[in-house]
Write a protein that binds this ligand. Sequence first.
Ligand SMILES: [Zn+2]
Ligand SMILES: [Zn+2]
Length: 272
Amino acid sequence: MIQKMNFHTHTTFCDGKNSAEDMVLAAIEKGFTALGFTGHSYTYFDESYCMSKEGVKAYQKEIQRLKEAYADKIAIYCGIEQDFYSDEPISDFEYAIGSVHYIKKNGRFLPVDEAADIMEKDIWELFGGDAYAYAKVYFETVAEVLKKTGADIIGHFDLLSKFNENGIFFDTKSKCYLEYGISAIEALIPYDKPFEINTGAMYRGLCSEAYPSVDFLKEIKKRGGNILLSSDSHDASSLGYCFEEMGKVALEIGFPSVLVWTPKGFEEVGLK
Ligand SMILES: [Zn+2]
Ligand SMILES: [Zn+2]
């Protein structure tokens, strides 16, 4: 029996399509027992997708209202998706997902998950056309994400593969791509925090695999890492997307369980 919970949820306070209350109602409808909200933290260099500074306060107030209003039906948590380059504190939130959405090169912030043509342009302009040099900087940034953000969960580990269907940028089986990723895994394992298995890009039809790829999941397992299922939901119908399927994939790789976040710490939920 797979978990009926999601800990990576966006709303109209950032770049989600539905209100927080609509997300709660959809989660209840699906029989969920817990829903964790994680609005995008404020990034001064790009305000297009994140919560504004004032918006963060309204977000916290609304999640608190929903927590009380629906307390008898579902557990609601107020978290944050903390971007690597966000300067805002995370202490006002119940938990945080640490995510790299940009890499920094020559003083510029390059969005990793915005569009394929932006990525292509950045690789040509700032990395001389070398996609692996781009991947190296990306994974070096991810390696530091828990140290930098103080987060509880590692968000979409290999987000840079979002527009890489059919290997248009990187051969994700190549030695150097895997090495860069494995170095990041090895840097993150000692923190003992779960890597999320994020089905967001699968839901959007962009990727056939979740983040992290099966290759990276195997490396995480080999090194004793933990996982947590998340649908990185930007709309109500994506809640819990492909959890059953990804639970089976994880079990096949050798993970006997996934972790779920609770106010008392992480708890294990068996995958069998
Ligand atoms: Zn994200
Ligand atoms: Zn997200």
